[in-house]
Design a protein around this ligand. Sequence first.
Ligand SMILES: NC(=O)c1ccc[n+]([C@@H]2O[C@H](COP(=O)([O-])OP(=O)(O)OC[C@H]3O[C@@H](n4cnc5c(N)ncnc54)[C@H](OP(=O)(O)O)[C@@H]3O)[C@@H](O)[C@H]2O)c1
Ligand SMILES: Cc1cn([C@H]2C[C@H](O)[C@@H](COP(=O)(O)OP(=O)(O)O[C@H]3O[C@@H](C)[C@H](O)[C@@H](O)[C@H]3O)O2)c(=O)[nH]c1=O
Length: 749
Amino acid sequence: MAIIDLWGGVECSCNRVGEQFFDQLSRNGHLNRISDLDLFASLGIKKLRYPVLWEQVAPQSLDRPDWLWPDERLQRLQELQIEPIVGLVHHGSGPAYTSLTSNNFAPLLAQYAGLVAERYPWVNYYTPVNEPLTTARFSGLYGLWYPHGTSDQDFVRALLNQLKGTRLAMLAIRQINPNAQLVQTEDLGETHSTHSLAYQAAFENERRWLSYDLLCGKVTPEHNLYKYLKKSGATTEELLEFVASPLPPDIFGINHYVTSERYLDEHLSLFPLHSHGSNGKHKYADVEAVRVKGVERAGVKSLLQEVWQRYQSPIAITEAHLCCTREEQMRWFMEVWEAATDLKKAGVNCLAVTAWALIGSYDWNSLLTRSNGFYESGIFDLRIGDKPWPTALVPMLQSLSSTGNYQHDVLKHKGWWDREERYAYYHGEKYIAKPTHKPILDKNQRPILITGATGTLGKAFGRICQDRGLSYVLLNRKQLDITNQASVEAAIMQHNPWAVINTAGYVRVDEAEKAPEVCYRENTAGAILLAEACKTAGIQFLTFSSDLVFDGEKDEPYTEEDIPNPRNVYGRSKALAEKEIFKILPESLIIRTSAFFSSWDRYNFVYFALKSFLQGLPFAAVNNVKITATYVPDLVHTSLNLLIDQANGIWHVTNQGSYTWAELARLVANVALLKNVEIKDQPISSFQLPAYRPKNSVLQSSKIRLMPTIEDALHRCIPALMQELLKHTKTLKPDLIDSEENLSRKLSG
Ligand SMILES: NC(=O)c1ccc[n+]([C@@H]2O[C@H](COP(=O)([O-])OP(=O)(O)OC[C@H]3O[C@@H](n4cnc5c(N)ncnc54)[C@H](OP(=O)(O)O)[C@@H]3O)[C@@H](O)[C@H]2O)c1
Ligand SMILES: Cc1cn([C@H]2C[C@H](O)[C@@H](COP(=O)(O)OP(=O)(O)O[C@H]3O[C@@H](C)[C@H](O)[C@@H](O)[C@H]3O)O2)c(=O)[nH]c1=O
């Protein structure tokens, strides 16, 4: 039985930048997808942080509120027996007829809150203003959000108005529902620093409590920040009003992120420009403490203990979310859940952990100041399928909400925030962590078994499993010959993997025409043997197929729904493998992909083209065959996410975009900033290749929309590839690169 509750929350920030409102609900589509609520209910959540946002219900004036959307949604939550924690303002500054520094903000918010309570008198939990201190920092101190203040005066005014608004809102709500509870959320990350900035860290470590201290009436003239507030424009009356009639939160909601703890350092040159700032006295960088070696982070458990000791009131984690790969998201949530559960067992009144950003969020990497479509998946991923795709976190949360426990092999390893490779800074120096390269990362963690250790894809899986803290065994042909049943069964017996990834195969397309039996043995018979062994062992199986299963007669891209009709031996061996594998193990995951490129190997078209260009040699390229190309690291990351999500069936995973080989060669030259390269466009027939090549083998996925474009991937690949080539290319033609400055910019990526 779980001793704490699982809550959920939809990322619903609606912040204003200039005259533009950035609204997550329309970005993540929840605004028009009520069916999400049923998905949320399937997680076993008891409460849902849910928006009835002021900016959306009464954008023009409080006289003409539009209740259509919240009526429908709150009614559905009642039907689903999910208790809403209603949020009225989420990183916003209110509708355009008010703002965080306007004196009408608090009374108007209270008026709106009263209207909401009248409409939904059964609602018992409210967060009138989410994270008032964070919003006041971004809107009043850092100038990022409206009204774009950059002073202590604006910061304090914005903070006090939000807290006065919260107090008055709860009073108005309790006129209607006296039992209504205030769930006050805040991000309380501790600040660390160098010795010389200890004073600023001490100030910030006091300031982080201000929302709670003010609401609890603790900010008396004796409070450490009372003078600071007065100096920054707060009046004695408004401060003493909080003391006279405190309105302490009924539940202290902590929004805690791996980046919440900060580190201040005056050695600016060490840190990226975007982290530089100042307090008017010193210039310093403000970075996430998790990246700084030698900084002892408090961590979520001690933070929750600190809140408990300070306020002795019910607490809950009201936002737990990590922008990262599946297994890391699972590890982060599990760490927070275990911390809360342990504290509950130790007598702390810790109520729940909230799975935040259930359907993900957009553009937090720009602090919600730009619409670049940078998406972070949540418990559900919006980039897969035609409805929110249940990631591997769904079965985890379903188990936690019912039993309080969950087992998965990927959880038996530390998260990146606890691994050496996280460090980027150390004692005033840049710090490059020495990767500790060992496959079996944790003896009692069952590995992923990867075949094809000497191959392009096999090696890439090894590297990335290491980087992601996923235990793996990478076996070469001697250690596991996929065409030999005894060898396959022995390897599975010996390593007891939780999944098998087959990257082994015969890829010499032209030679296959003359050696069909070897090609079929390695691409078909071998893959079938592995599928049978996985079926017997009851474990997951992932293998790779190719765009060459198609005949190329279609003018449009091929999707997963298209019927294969291979025109060469290699393609036929792959198509047959697909069919036979699903007969044996229908839950298999088969990823069709095409035309690899990476900076980790030299047997790919991008490498050949770049090498010719740098040698000033003409490069002959096919101009009448259209393909999609695939950046191997992107393919591996996506494949691992799909495997951990227990996806099955056929999936097309390539980078987005389609080119002829000649067009791809030109794109490579452009991205590498090379001019005067000689590309000779030639029809495929001129290459007289033994194997037929379909004139169009462009792959597109009707299921997945998360792979970056080919151009974006080339920008990430070419700097390392150039480094590689310049190291090994004797005959470099300098005039190719239009300026040294461009060469160094290109090489630095
Ligand atoms: N390259 C592409 O552009 C591309 C595109 C679409 C799909 N694919 C598919 O992706 C997969 C990986 O391709 P890749 O480019 O990484 O190929 P690769 O570099 O040629 O590697 C193939 C690997 O398979 C191993 N292998 C072959 N037969 C084996 C056997 N009987 N037992 C054990 N290992 C065996 C090879 O070992 P040895 O070194 O001992 O021969 C080699 O390590 C293949 O299924 C391929 O069809 C590739
Ligand atoms: C080397 C080279 C190739 N090409 C063209 C001709 C070929 O059709 C094409 C690629 O040549 P090859 O690498 O031999 O690839 P290929 O056509 O055999 O490629 C295939 O390999 C299979 C393993 C994969 O499953 C397929 O997805 C696909 O990538 O590029 C040029 O235009 N100029 C060149 O200099």
